[in-house]
Design a protein around this ligand. Sequence first.
Ligand SMILES: [Ca+2]
Length: 153
Amino acid sequence: MADILASEQTSEFSEVFHLYSQNSQDSLPISKLPSAMKSIGLFPKQSHINEIVNKTDPEGSGFITLPDFLNSMSSHLDCCWANPEDEIKETFEFFDENDDGLLSITEVREVLKKTADSGLNDEEIENLVRKGNCDEEGNINLEEFKKIFLDFY
Ligand SMILES: [Ca+2]
């Protein structure tokens, strides 16, 4: 599938691959995969990551090779080559039950817990929540919510 990628994309993806694989030239640690994808404009959900890992690293080595990386990126362009902002707005509105355009910190925590199929623990959620600037009442608006969420992605 990599041959359907424009050569420009291929070189961009290779560059990112090498950037994130720093210590080992030929393989990218799976743990760096989300960051690598994010830096090429993909916003994969944890389920996408899992799918890639299952396909490319069935023996659980914890690494992904460059050809596998390129193949995975080309087959995932459709599903995650997207700006997640619309999805974030929808999520925000869904949890903003009283429609005042604000979410309480408690609500944000719930959102992160429910949407995070990444197994974030309480401490990680807490760190994400703290990144958003809330007002005196502890409410957070859509802009701040986006910041939290984009970091989370
Ligand atoms: Ca509200």
